[in-house]
Design a protein around this ligand. Structure first.
Ligand SMILES: NC(=O)c1ccc[n+]([C@@H]2O[C@H](COP(=O)([O-])OP(=O)(O)OC[C@H]3O[C@@H](n4cnc5c(N)ncnc54)[C@H](O)[C@@H]3O)[C@@H](O)[C@H]2O)c1
Length: 409
């Protein structure tokens, strides 16, 4: 039986908690969160003893409490938590990004290596039937030699607004650059599928729409005070509909009345007009890459998709290409001179509620791996993630240098 502790018991911690709790091969023995409501969830839902719930990291880190620590705290806490935990002797399952800066990321990976600990990063897309299916097709050589990959992350406007204009990921100094924070998954998939090193990278992008310059005449700072009619970005309209997207403590009352009251508070930014908030992360960004052997890849991230956030992936090879939409769970394979056909991965999804089965599979594969029962194909040790994180750091460096083409370190 694998023993597991958690630090950071919010949205991600809660999702992983559920899957560790239900797997049957692991036991959650202790948990820490500075928010008491979120911590208490681990007692109520996952049976963690009250004496093993901690509300401050100092007490929690007084000693090692289990085989593994899951780190699901905000990005800016990862470095401190990972370093402390590695020194205590934990193996880590940690949320991406490993850390917000290249230096901290490298330091965590070096520390793990020196101490002989393993660190697995939560690149949940790698565990989905959709991306595992694509990876198998590529590895089986069906497409011939891989020549080019095209990836887009189309973030729905209400997801983008909630997390990146009004939420905890709206400013780089609160979290990290969006190309790392949101797109390290996409860069990881590109790198995983191509399996070669990137030689050159360039990126463009910025925050050009969800900012003051685009504010409609007469718009108020807070939506509850605004007289503009039919505004698609109105906080009250969005959060009475998509309330579960807001980052609020466990047990929050999601009734329309309470949401309206909450949005009139000034202690958070969910009630902000999207044109008057203090956000600074890009609302669009593109990355162009050349990998060894001349393989090219592109990534588009944009925060203007109308419906649910979706990714599209195309892989072009010397014998044909495949293309698919992540949320459809299907890909179309077009081999030269043959009839195109479709592969549907939906039946393989075990629990689609979270990342189309990626989170459930990530936890069960991680347990398999950590118990020494095999190495499932998705497992991405920190060294693998380090490379895809480097792509993100280099892309951001290029963007800030006006799109200069850079060599990836
Ligand atoms: N893999 C993915 O697809 C994915 C998706 C979303 C977020 N994330 C990442 O997961 C991490 C957590 O995101 P989330 O959405 O769960 O955020 P969250 O805000 O819901 O949860 C974070 C929790 O950490 C707690 N916390 C903050 N500082 C703490 C400290 N010093 N000690 C103990 N607890 C502390 C907060 O109270 C909160 O409960 C972030 O790094 C985020 O970027 C990953």
């Amino acid at each position: 039986m694998l023993t597991v502790s958690f630090i950071g018991l919010g949205n991600r911690g809660g999702i992983y908690g559920k899957y560790f709790f239900t797997d049957g091969r692991a036991r959650i023995v202790s948990a820490c969160d500075k928010c008491k409501e979120n911590a208490n969830r681990f007692h109520l839902e996952f049976g963690v003893d009250k004496a093993e719930l901690f509300y401050d990291e100092e007490t929690f880190f007084e000693k090692k409490r289990s085989d593994v620590l899951v780190i699901a705290t905000p990005d800016r806490e990862h470095y401190r938590h990972a370093k402390t935990a590695l020194r205590l002797g934990y193996d880590l399952l940690m949320e991406k990004p490993v850390a917000p800066t290249a230096e901290e990321t490298a330091d965590i990976i070096d520390t793990a290596k020196k101490l002989g600990r393993n660190v697995v990063v939560c690149h949940n897309l790698r565990y989905t039937p959709f991306y595992q299916g694509i990876k198998r097709i590529v590895e089986d050589g069906l497409l011939g030699e891989v020549l080019s990959v095209e990836q887009s992350e189309n973030v729905s406007y209400f997801h983008y607004l909630t997390s990146f204009v009004r939420g905890n990921w709206r400013k780089e100094d609160l979290s990290s650059a969006i190309i790392l924070q949101k797109c390290c998954h996409d860069l990881d998939i590109i790198y995983w599928l191509i399996g070669k090193k990137c030689e050159k990278i360039a990126s463009f992008g910025g925050l050009h729409f969800y900012c003051e310059d685009s504010a409609p005449k007469g718009s108020a700072h807070y939506c509850v005070d605004c007289d503009l009619k039919n505004c698609p970005y109105n906080a009250v309209d969005i959060y009475t509909k998509y309330h579960e997207m807001m980052n609020v403590p466990y047990g929050f009352d999601y009734s329309d009345e309470n949401i309206k009251r909450y949005l009139s508070e000034r202690s958070h930014h969910y009630g902000d007009c999207v044109f008057h908030s203090d956000n600074d992360v890009c609302d669009r960004q593109i990355v162009g890459m050349r990998f060894s052997g001349g393989v090219t890849a592109s990534l588009l991230m944009q925060g203007f998709a109308a419906t649910i956030t979706d990714r599209t992936t195309s892989v072009y090879g010397s014998k044909g290409y495949l293309t698919g939409k992540f949320n459809d769970g299907k890909i179309k394979v077009n081999l030269f001179g043959q009839q195109p056909y479709e592969v549907d991965y939906n039946a393989e999804i075990r629990d689609g509620a979270s990342h189309n089965g990626g989170d459930a599979k990530l936890v069960s594969d991680y347990i398999t791996f950590r118990l020494g029962q095999g190495r499932p194909m998705g497992i991405s040790l920190a060294e693998d993630s380090h490379y895809s994180h480097k792509l993100a750091f280099s892309a951001e460096q290029s963007r800030l240098a006006g799109g200069k083409s850079l060599t990836v370190e």
